[in-house]
Design a protein around this ligand. Structure first.
Ligand SMILES: Cc1ncc(COP(=O)(O)O)c(C=O)c1O
Length: 377
């Protein structure tokens, strides 16, 4: 069986593809795993079974016990579309974040609504404004929309520089804020996000991607949606809920903003297993706190080890962090793969850093052993 063409992402020619290829790629949703695997030397998602996979910000714990039970329970009925289950989940999710059912829209993950938002609000006259380094998912959509892409360096504390973002793009269609930011795992203050929302050009929107927010103590920008602002918030079940392979996420915004997204990728039937697992996860009162505690603990232990051994990293509040390899990071990624530890990609703005996902305690011990070998070798 042939593998998905992850390599297309790593070729510059992607952006100058033939007309036929351009048409085929026009609506392509470019996800984290595509980017993660495109960065590997062979672009291949196939590794030895015992490889440590800390390259795509996945959650090694997978779905919760309740979510697994819900998947098993729903499977016999999954010959049917069961739209009512997705409607129930949407209602449950809306209640859990304090908005109305009309203010949420369900998708198979949050990369889809990210892509559709950029397609809906960016154009040759409405630019896409993002942080550098930042998550690249929206860049491809912006390119397909013919929009100018404006990359604005993060501040010295790795926050989004909202004033510089505003100054750089009076023609903005979308300001993309990732909270915490991928790949740095750092936060932007709520007051800066509010400043951006209050001072942005009319007709533009602020897209706040909260894929990793549950790992941090940051307040949600959903409050700005409740206040009626031009804000779209994205949430996913791929990260703290451990459901990346199941696919479930939400966009949260005023209904008329959600309608615009729907023109580029409207309602589709959800995998019922994902819906059942997401509902069970939301009903579990302990899940978020338990997983946040586990991640915080393993991350702190890893940082303490890095400190003791004199390695530098960007202090992160998420389930990943940037680690300085002090070399061209691509070479270190290849050397770590030789040790059966697959670490994450490099951003051009920080070419000696690799993004490391926080795995289990045991995985991070394997990472530490491999890292010492590679650094000393
Ligand atoms: C910043 C960011 N946003 C959104 C996503 C969405 O992922 P998914 O489509 O699995 O929900 C990811 C995945 O890694 C991400 O890193």
């Amino acid at each position: 069986m042939s593998l998905p063409p992850f390599s297309f992402l790593s070729r510059r020619s992607f952006l100058q593809a033939s007309t036929a290829a351009s048409a085929a790629l026009a609506l392509r949703v470019v996800t984290e795993p595509m980017l993660a695997y495109a960065a590997l030397p062979d672009h291949s998602p196939s590794h030895p079974k015992d490889a440590v996979l800390i390259n795509a910000n996945e959650n090694p714990l997978g779905p919760s016990a309740a979510a697994r039970e819900a998947i098993t329970a729903v499977t016999p009925q999954s010959g049917r579309y069961l739209r009512e289950l997705a409607d129930e989940l949407s209602t449950l999710f809306a209640q859990s974040v304090g908005v109305t059912g009309e203010q949420v829209s369900i998708f198979a993950g949050s990369t889809e609504p990210l892509t559709f938002t950029v397609r809906a609000f960016c154009s040759p006259h409405a630019s896409y404004v993002t942080a550098d380094p930042g998550f690249e998912g929206g860049l491809f959509a912006a390119d397909r929309a013919g929009a100018r892409v404006v990359r604005v360096p993060l501040t010295k504390t790795y926050a989004h520089d909202v004033k510089a973002m505003l100054a750089a793009a009076p023609d903005a269609g979308v300001f993309y804020i990732c909270q915490p930011n991928n790949p740095t795992g750092t936060l932007t203050s709520p007051s800066d996000i509010e400043y951006l929302v209050e001072n942005k050009p009319k007709n533009s929107i602020v897209l706040v991607d909260e894929a990793y927010i549950h790992f941090s103590d940051a307040p949600s920008a959903i409050e700005l949606v409740k206040a009626g602002k031009d804000v779209i918030v994205l949430r996913t079940f791929s990260k703290i809920y451990g459901m990346a392979g199941l696919r479930c996420g939400f966009a949260i915004a005023r209904p008329e903003l959600l309608d615009k997204l729907h023109n580029y990728g409207g309602y589709n039937f959800m995998p019922v297993t994902a819906v059942a697992a997401a509902s069970a996860s939301l009903k579990d009162p302990q899940l978020l706190a338990d997983r946040k505690r586990t991640n915080t603990q393993v991350r702190a232990e890893t940082f303490a080890w890095l400190d003791r051994n004199g390695y530098s990293y960007v202090p992160s509040v998420a389930n990943f962090f940037l680690l300085d390899t002090k070399h061209p990071a691509k070479e270190v990624i290849a050397a770590m793969a030789q040790q059966n530890v697959i670490i994450g990609r490099v951003w051009p703005a920080m070419p000696t850093y690799s993004r490391i996902t926080v795995g289990t305690g045991a995985e991070m011990e394997q990472f530490q052993m491999a890292w010492q070998k590679v650094m000393k070798g």
